[in-house]
Design a protein around this ligand. Structure first.
Ligand code: SF4
Ligand code: SF4
Length: 165
């Protein structure tokens, strides 16, 4: 015959087992929260700071006027701007100057967003893209041609609504 102590021990074990099963079953029937990345992507916050873009006006002119304020504001010195004069034959931006060269070294960038804040014409902006892995250092130098790619539509809409305020 099991004594009283053995009976208490069995009850404790069964209780512990039941508690464990309750947790397991609770998780089994609760909604799945795992995101099947990379097929599924979790949404970014509206003001998420990812890959940069250089914007154009609706008439196609580049917004950047080559003022270098973004480069001056960058705390890690990863922006290179070399400006050139607009001419009657070659009008690239609405101002007197445009960025002949515009480069960002993404390996140095800390995605602080200071460049976007410093830009007087909202030319440089940070978008929602965060997948930028690559296999060579050279590919992390984002040139003007690469940065001038069209903005994702949701970012363009956000910036347009900001301008209208
Ligand atoms: S996000 Fe910050 S670190 Fe990156 S380029 Fe802009 S100012 Fe520099
Ligand atoms: S991106 Fe803006 S701040 Fe930077 S050089 Fe162009 S106009 Fe000036």
């Amino acid at each position: 015959m099991p004594d009283e102590k053995d009976q208490e021990s069995v009850i404790d074990d069964v209780t512990a087992l039941a508690k464990g099963l309750k947790t397991t079953l609770g998780e089994f029937f609760s909604p799945v929260v795992t995101t099947m990345y990379p097929e599924e992507k979790s949404p970014r916050a509206e003001r998420y700071r990812g890959r940069h873009y250089l914007r154009r006006y609706d008439n196609g002119l580049e917004r950047c006027i080559g003022c270098e304020l973004c480069a001056a504001a960058c705390p890690v010195g990863c922006i290179l701007v070399i400006a050139a004069e607009n001419t009657e034959e070659k009008q690239v931006s609405p101002g007197e100057r445009y960025a002949k060269t515009y480069e960002i070294n993404m390996l140095r960038c800390i995605f602080c967003g200071y460049c976007e804040d410093a830009c007087p014409v909202q030319a440089i902006v940070l978008g929602p893209e965060y997948e930028m892995s690559d296999v060579s250092r050279e590919k992390f130098i984002f040139t003007k041609e690469k940065l001038l790619e069209p903005l994702p539509p949701d970012v363009e809409a956000r910036l347009k609504s900001k301008e209208q305020k």
